[in-house]
Design a protein around this ligand. Structure first.
Ligand SMILES: [Ca+2]
Ligand SMILES: [Ca+2]
Length: 127
């Protein structure tokens, strides 16, 4: 995994296996985080592989939501996640209509959370 150029934004970008990552310095709501990533031409984090999960080792908002249809989790591109995705923590998602946004914790497991929570986030983009 060689070093490649990534966008510079206060030097906060890191490169891993074909993608660039920017870690927030301060926590935000899900919408604010998503808007920030979008303005940079990137996406709010979507974790695609166990290797990526290991690399990140950080908690972050995930770019998925079940706002439109409760219990149906969608990515930013409209892709629907399979029901019972294996990354959910035991008993999650459990928040019903109160929790329509999702977070990945340091150990890689996913939780649904209220979208208005203030949490750290990571943007993912292409170099
Ligand atoms: Ca929900
Ligand atoms: Ca939950």
């Amino acid at each position: 995994q060689g070093q490649r150029p990534c966008p510079t934004l206060n030097g906060g970008w890191t490169y891993f296996e074909g993608s660039c990552y920017f870690r927030s310095a301060t926590p935000s709501t899900w919408e604010t985080a998503r808007g920030f990533c979008s303005a940079l031409g990137t996406r709010l984090l979507e974790v695609d592989s166990p290797e990526e999960r290991t690399f990140l080792r950080a908690s972050s908002w995930l770019g998925i939501t079940d706002k439109e249809v409760e219990g149906t989790w969608k990515r930013a591109d409209g892709t629907i996640l399979p029901k019972g995705h294996s990354s959910w923590h035991r008993d999650e998602p459990n928040g019903g209509q109160q929790e329509n946004c999702a977070v990945v914790r340091v150990d890689g497991t996913w939780f649904d959370y209220p979208c208005t929570s203030q949490l750290p986030w990571v943007c993912k983009g292409q170099p």
